[in-house]
Design a binder for this molecule. Structure first.
Ligand SMILES: *Cc1c(COP(=O)(O)O)cnc(C)c1O
Length: 357
């Protein structure tokens, strides 16, 4: 049966990426060795790392603009810690936007380093929107935000105009829509949401922002060290980087971010139209801020319809539709590799439930 994978992460990847990864597990680049056993210092893998770093910058339109791309370990959660280490000056201040669970985790990790100002929050409204009208203190060392709130299903469409460097957690919408990426000082993303398997994190850093904190930074946490070592300071997650590269190549060969954006808009429009139309369902996020990657929705009457709906979507081959365990409800994650046919199947199931009800 064809499975429609709506999982929030680790997520669906293109079929050809799975096929090529499988081949490389048995025989990587005709070396007779598996991607799981080759040395990260081998010529073939060094070439993979170089291409992955260059292609990430290329796709984001950041080549030759003073940025470096790294593939690190520890997930986006490790970057919550590396960010203040590298950018919050001793005695300095950082501004954070609180848009949900991940933003909160980032705030918690920064607090021991200095003055952390939470300049806006939608917590009181269960994070159903992106706060507006907040001010970023001019003396902040950076402003941190989360472009897409994977759990609550909200997404930032505009980013503040400020002299303060912008640092953005793009874990769940990187490479999904066009943006002027030069407005950011740092972009980071755990690979497993829209770029690859779990195990690698992409970090894109504007080099001119480094080495300004006046703090000693341990090597493993220091972006400058990782840049100097060409993302090979310690053993990188070899197979995760390789599969991420395959996904980036697939992206490039299929029209890049702009082409993905069109498809993602069509998928989101299809699903949200049904959520809005079908009287049995309601969306969780305010319309203006709802995410094109993760659509969160509820049954109006769970007691009445939950068991039937759950059985129906499972029977249709849909997987990964349950909301995050902290919020419940449903969440349809429509990352780049999810075909629109999968969304059509979900919409059909929602219509069928309405007919039967
Ligand atoms: C999943 C997620 C994280 C956490 O990523 P890990 O790789 O598990 O550390 C952080 N931010 C966002 C927006 C996420 O979706």
């Amino acid at each position: 049966m064809n499975i429609h994978n709506f999982s929030a992460g680790p997520c669906i990847l293109p079929k050809e990426v799975f096929t090529k990864t499988a081949e490389a597990v048995l025989n990587f680049n005709n070396s007779g060795l598996s991607i799981l056993e080759i040395s990260h210092r081998s010529k073939d893998f060094v070439a993979v790392m170089e291409e992955a770093r260059a292609l990430a910058l290329d796709l984001l339109g950041l080549t030759g603009k003073g940025y470096q791309a790294l593939f690190l370990q520890g997930g986006a959660s490790m970057e919550f810690l590396r960010i203040p280490y590298n950018f919050l000056k001793v005695g300095g201040k950082a501004a954070y936007l609180d848009t949900g669970t991940w933003a909160n985790n980032a705030i918690k990790e920064a607090k021991p380093f200095g003055d952390v100002a939470v300049v806006g929050s939608s917590k009181e409204q269960q994070y159903n929107h992106i706060p507006q009208g907040y001010e970023i203190p001019a003396d902040a060392d950076y402003f941190h935000c989360t472009s897409n709130n994977t759990i609550y299903g909200t997404q930032m469409n505009v980013f503040p105009t400020t002299e303060v460097p912008l640092i953005c957690d793009m874990s769940s919408d990187i490479f999904s829509k066009t943006l002027d990426f030069t407005q950011f000082g740092v972009i980071y993303a755990g690979a497993q949401k829209n770029m690859g398997p779990a195990g690698a994190t992409l970090v894109v850093v504007k080099e001119s922002l480094l080495n300004k904190t006046g703090r000693e930074i341990p090597g493993i946490l220091n972006y400058a060290t990782h840049i100097a070592k060409e993302s090979m300071y310690n053993t990188p997650p070899v197979s995760a980087v390789y599969t991420s590269l395959l996904t980036l190549q697939w992206l490039k060969n299929n029209g890049g971010i702009a082409a993905m954006e069109q498809k993602n808009e069509a998928k989101a429009a299809l699903l949200y139209a049904e959520i809005d139309r079908n009287p049995l369902f309601k969306g969780c996020a305010l319309e203006a801020d709802r995410s094109k990657m993760n659509a969160t929705f509820l049954l109006v009457d769970e007691t009445q319809h939950k068991a039937t709906f759950d059985a129906m979507w499972k029977a249709a081959g849909i997987s990964g539709l349950n909301g995050h365990r902290s919020v419940g409800g449903y969440r349809a994650s429509m990352y780049n590799a999810l075909p629109i046919e999968s969304v059509q199947v979900l919409v059909e199931v929602m219509k069928e439930l309405e007919k039967q009800a």
